[in-house]
Write a protein that binds this ligand. Structure first.
Ligand code: MN
Length: 321
């Protein structure tokens, strides 16, 4: 999906300064953002005071929305650089097209992983016909400097490894959880996992104390390390944990996101992750007037124009120690 915000702000993210070295329980509220005419999403990252969790730099939760009599998701062609996009669904389906010629229908608990590298463009839409309900999350992973210019590629994995415990099915989206490893390509140590808990379950997940973590609540009624989490909220957990206690009151859907704290400072604007404002300005120019981001074929609609860059130059911020 795209950041369709017409007043896109430049933001500096990353660095150790924001990372909680010890376990914390910081409940993040979503910001409601309109995507197009009909879709509203809940943005959890970047959030006030919390910009990243490991390399995870962007998290939108949407639905469940009844789109039986509506077009559903309609995100026209737009560019990305310096990041990977992760499409994750609990209900419905998303048709992905990109400038490499990829055409894929991503369904619930399948991984749609697009690595933009230096440049890619894509569109995402609810196919016609489509399921009544649409419910999912759109996430971005920042690429480390050594890999941010990698060749763009798209991966679709319909059969992901799972970790099963009584009352819990964990699907490993990216990285590794309890010995199960996702086939999705990663460029920094991180994990993303879908946690489906049946009502009444009390369990604990093994964690890596060197990672920082957060849990996104998608459905149901549950508590994470004793904190009740409502669907559409995210609990930041910090580092230094070897396990995570979970309790589900009703059938519950959660996402676990984690990774090694992202040491590099990045600059995020619109759909781009870069290191300098000049990189951003160049990418904007190349999207509007060049061929760097290629062409998405088959989408019924015009590409999204880039918003105007804010006039105030971004001051790079020194790393907070
Ligand atoms: Mn996108």
């Amino acid at each position: 999906m795209s950041n369709l915000d017409r007043q896109a702000a430049l933001s500096v993210c990353g660095g150790r300064g924001f990372v909680a070295a010890e376990p914390v329980r910081e409940l993040l509220s979503p910001r409601r953002v309109k995507l197009g005419e009909s879709t509203e999403v809940r943005r959890l990252l970047p959030n006030l005071g919390r910009r990243m969790v490991g390399a995870w730099a962007f998290v939108d939760h949407y639905g469940p929305d009844d789109i039986a009599d509506e077009p559903g998701m309609q995100v026209p062609p737009h560019p990305h650089m310096g990041l990977q996009t992760v499409s994750w669904l609990h209900e419905g389906e998303v048709l992905h097209r990109d400038s490499l010629g990829s055409l894929a229908t991503v369904r619930p608990r399948e991984l749609g992983l697009m690595t933009s590298g230096r440049a890619i463009s894509h569109s995402e839409e609810s196919p016609a016909p489509h399921a009544r309900l649409l419910h999912g999350a759109q996430l971005w992973v920042a690429l480390p400097d050594a890999h941010r210019d990698v060749e763009p590629h798209f991966q679709h994995h319909a059969n992901l490894p799972t970790v099963i415990a009584p009352g819990l099915t964990a699907t490993v989206i990216l990285g590794e959880l309890d010995g199960a490893v996702s086939p999705g390509t990663t460029y920094s140590p991180l994990v993303g996992a879908d946690l489906a808990l049946t009502g009444g379950t009390e369990t604990a997940l093994p964690l890596d104390p060197d990672f920082e973590y957060a849990v996104l609540a998608m459905s149901g009624e549950a508590s994470v390390d004793g904190v009740p989490v409502e669907p559409g909220s995210m609990l930041y957990l910090g580092c230094g944990r070897t396990e995570l206690p979970l309790r589900a009151v009703s059938d519950t859907g959660l996402m676990l996101l984690g990774g090694e704290p992202f040491e590099e400072e990045i600059v995020m604007w619109w759909n781009f992750v870069a290191r300098t404002q000049d990189d951003i300005a160049q990418a904007r120019e190349d999207w509007m007037h060049g061929d760097r981001f290629g062409t998405v074929r088959g989408y019924d609609g015009a590409p999204i124009p880039a918003p105007t860059l804010p006039p105030v130059p971004l001051k790079p911020r020194g790393r907070v120690r």
